[in-house]
Design a binder for this molecule. Structure first.
Ligand code: SAH
Length: 275
């Protein structure tokens, strides 16, 4: 039986509604933590910055250059990139609430001239062809109704020789229909895409893959920490979302943790558009 595609509007509504929940439990970033072997007890926030720093290290940009951050969340990763490299960042999110929060944070950090956030759908980018020096798609493509279309859009707006850096999850061990239902409902994931599929599609789009690194082993703590944070912040979450929401979170957490632990892999990749 064919499964309905989750629409961009549904994903936007999900992130709008859950903005406070994400801030309370995931923190400023809505992406996995990367735990270094010599610091297994690092906080989620530190581990999340570690992963952002890997992406930054793969993004050779400097002052006057422009990076598009597709699926920018609250803007934290892109602002870290802007601060560390001096580049300009344009972030897009399908969530109005995230966009407002990101622009507010940019202003607070004095970055409003160099980090600008818009609410728009990555399925149809209004930017001029070849207008960005690099593009990020940080832990967001699994939400999109048509990943190949988004990657075509990204290819169009990236200049020749520009860099695409992304992270994504993949189905490491085959899912049962129940697994897939859980992840669709819990995380609004439309579809997974393997490293091999990325290699093939990006090659067809004219990219050369520079690095593709499986980091499944380094990110395993993420959901455990988010679930711990959910327990610690119960009172605040209850005050905002009510008891039923908390009960649902508690009910789905063990299944999601097991799924992430046993069956989902994660990689990052850096690719260069033909010059
Ligand atoms: N990259 C951010 C956020 C990851 S969460 C971080 O690392 O913190 C996933 C992000 O993808 C959210 O910001 C969500 O709004 C965005 N997103 C999902 N579908 C989208 C779409 N169709 N168009 C634009 N953004 C989208």
């Amino acid at each position: 039986m064919a499964t309905d595609v989750i629409t961009s509007q549904q994903v936007g509504a999900y992130y709008d509604q859950l903005a406070q929940y994400f801030l309370l439990t995931w923190g400023d970033n809505i992406h996995a933590g990367y735990w270094l072997p010599d610091a297994p007890n690092a906080s989620l926030a530190v581990a999340q910055d570690n992963l952002t720093d890997i992406l930054i290290s793969q993004t050779p940009v400097g002052p006057g250059q422009k990076v598009l951050d597709v699926g920018c969340g609250f803007g934290e990763p892109g602002m870290r990139l802007a601060e560390k490299t001096g580049c300009d960042v344009v972030g897009i999110t399908i969530s109005q609430v995230q966009m407002e929060e990101a622009n507010c944070r940019a202003k607070q950090r004095g970055l409003e001239q160099r980090a600008v956030y818009h609410c728009m759908d990555a399925m149809s980018l209004p930017f001029e062809a070849e207008s960005f020096d690099a593009v990020w798609a940080f832990e967001c493509l699994f939400h999109m109704p048509d990943r190949a279309e988004v990657l075509r859009q990204i290819t169009r707006v990236l200049r020749p020789g520009g860099r695409l850096v992304l992270t994504d999850s993949y189905e490491k061990v085959p899912f049962t229909p129940e697994d897939f239902a859980l992840i669709r409902i819990g995380n609004l994931i439309n579809a997974f895409f393997s490293a091999e599929e990325y290699r093939a599609l990006l090659t067809t789009l004219g990219f050369k893959i520079k690095e593709l690194v499986d980091i499944t082993e380094n990110i395993g703590n993420t959901y455990v920490q988010v679930t711990d944070a959910t327990s610690q912040k119960e009172a605040e979450i209850r005050a905002i979302y009510g008891e039923e929401f908390l009960a649902q979170m508690r009910a789905t957490a063990p299944g999601l943790i097991a799924l992430v632990h046993d069956k989902i892999g994660y990689f990052w990749l850096a690719a260069e558009k033909a010059g």
